[in-house]
Design a protein around this ligand. Structure first.
Ligand code: ZN
Length: 153
């Protein structure tokens, strides 16, 4: 077995004491996860692994009220999933200037999905084809079709 430098172990142990997960310590130090777990056990620190018996998710959402299941053994936090989706969607109030620019073919650096859909709707009212809209907005035709069916619903 390859010997890992002592500094690396020192660094990993310092991180472990700040109560971050084995996976995060592994990512930050490059030490294999199994080794990190062994070192944590040697330090006598409890695992941060979230199970069905945990009182809350790692971000503090009460468990198991917020527990969702994608299949029999993969649990996830529904509150965290909602927060991720909100962050991805961007602010509830879309930026009018961004929509204006996207509809004019001058795509801003950051266009949220809401703004993209609004720009598509604007061009749709001009009776443009999906291919034309996709070209102007800089998205796929599939996105245009999805935006249309969402707007119709
Ligand atoms: Zn959560």
């Amino acid at each position: 077995m390859k010997r890992l430098p002592d500094e690396l172990r020192q660094q990993a142990e310092t991180l472990l004491r700040t109560r971050i997960s084995d996976a995060a310590v592994s990512r930050k130090t490059g030490v294999p996860r199994g080794t990190v777990t062994r070192w944590r056990n040697e330090l006598g620190l409890p695992s941060l692994r979230i199970t069905a018996d945990s009182p809350a998710c790692r971000h503090g959402h009460p468990w198991p009220e917020n527990m969702g299941r994608r299949n029999t053994d993969w649990a996830y936090c529904r509150a965290c999933a909602r927060a991720r989706k909100r962050a991805w969607l961007g602010p509830a109030q879309p930026d009018e200037a961004a929509i204006e620019r996207a509809a004019a073919g001058d795509r801003p650096e950051r266009l949220t999905p809401r703004e993209r859909h609004a720009a598509i709707a604007r061009l749709d009212r001009l009776r443009m084809s999906a291919r034309e809209i996709a070209e102007v907005v800089g998205c796929s035709k599939r996105t245009v079709h999805r935006a249309r069916s969402k707007a119709a619903a």
